[in-house]
Design a protein around this ligand. Structure first.
Ligand code: DC
Length: 223
């Protein structure tokens, strides 16, 4: 019997974390958790309730009381927030921007990190985000940090949007750079590779090639 690992995949936006983490989880029969979706869900609630994005207390309360449930079906990772399917709603540009501010609040992070730790407590999970290897699972058996040139990451994001919203590619690059800066410079749990993380530069790799590398590493760690 192989051990069921906790696999932490961190990195900046557009490095391919979600695509790669989803495939790795599918291949191994593990649970896949997209932690960014949880920050997005709190941001969505805040925008709907007109809660100030500076109001620590109110945002923390939203994070504490929101019921979030992931469900994987036909290759799609659905998120239900208080029973409502918000899979699409959390991907809007407004929510994307708000989530990067919401995620700077310590109390919000404390609540979401606790839920994430519970989701992975029994192993057999691939969790992707910014602080999974440093804060959520500092003892994860396998930690991966995906990087990639800003241009390549922005063009992936642009293609992902698939013409759904009218945004120029330069704008995507600029917005992404701003969110990267916020993620890297925030005081609490900034985006940084764990010391024991394995770095994979995805600039010249396909998602499948990255997945293969991680599957090999996971096989070695699970023995
Ligand atoms: O991965 P994403 O773009 O869906 O994440 C949305 C925001 O949440 C992003 O600005 C970074 C933040 N985030 C975080 O601070 N910590 C995580 N573990 C995951 C995401």
């Amino acid at each position: 019997m192989q051990r069921r690992l906790v696999i932490a995949i961190d990195g900046p936006s557009g490095a391919g974390k979600s695509t790669v983490a989803r495939s790795v989880a599918q291949r191994l029969g593990y649970r896949f958790v997209e932690s960014g979706a949880m920050y997005r869900a709190v941001a969505l609630l805040a925008l709907r309730n007109k809660t100030s994005l500076e109001d620590d207390r109110a945002l923390a309360k939203l994070a504490e009381t929101a019921a979030m449930r992931f469900e994987q079906k036909d290759g799609v990772n659905y998120l239900f927030l208080n029973g409502e399917d918000v899979t699409e709603a959390i991907r809007s540009p407004e929510v994307t921007d708000a989530s990067s501010i919401v995620s700077t609040h310590q109390e919000v992070r404390n609540h979401l990190v606790k839920s994430q730790q519970e989701m992975g407590s029994e192993g057999g999970v691939v969790m992707e985000g910014r602080d999974i290897g440093t804060r959520v699972f500092p003892n994860a058996e396998l930690k991966i940090f995906l990087t990639g040139s800003a241009e390549v990451r922005a063009s992936r994001r642009y293609r992902e949007m698939d013409g759904k919203i009218a945004t120029a590619s330069e704008e995507v690059l600029r917005d992404m750079a701003e969110r990267d800066r916020r993620d890297q410079q925030r005081k609490v749990s900034p985006l940084v590779a764990a010391e024991d993380a394995i770095m994979i530069d995805t600039t010249n790799l396909t998602a499948d090639e990255v997945v293969e590398k991680i599957i090999v590493l996971a096989g070695m760690r699970a023995q």
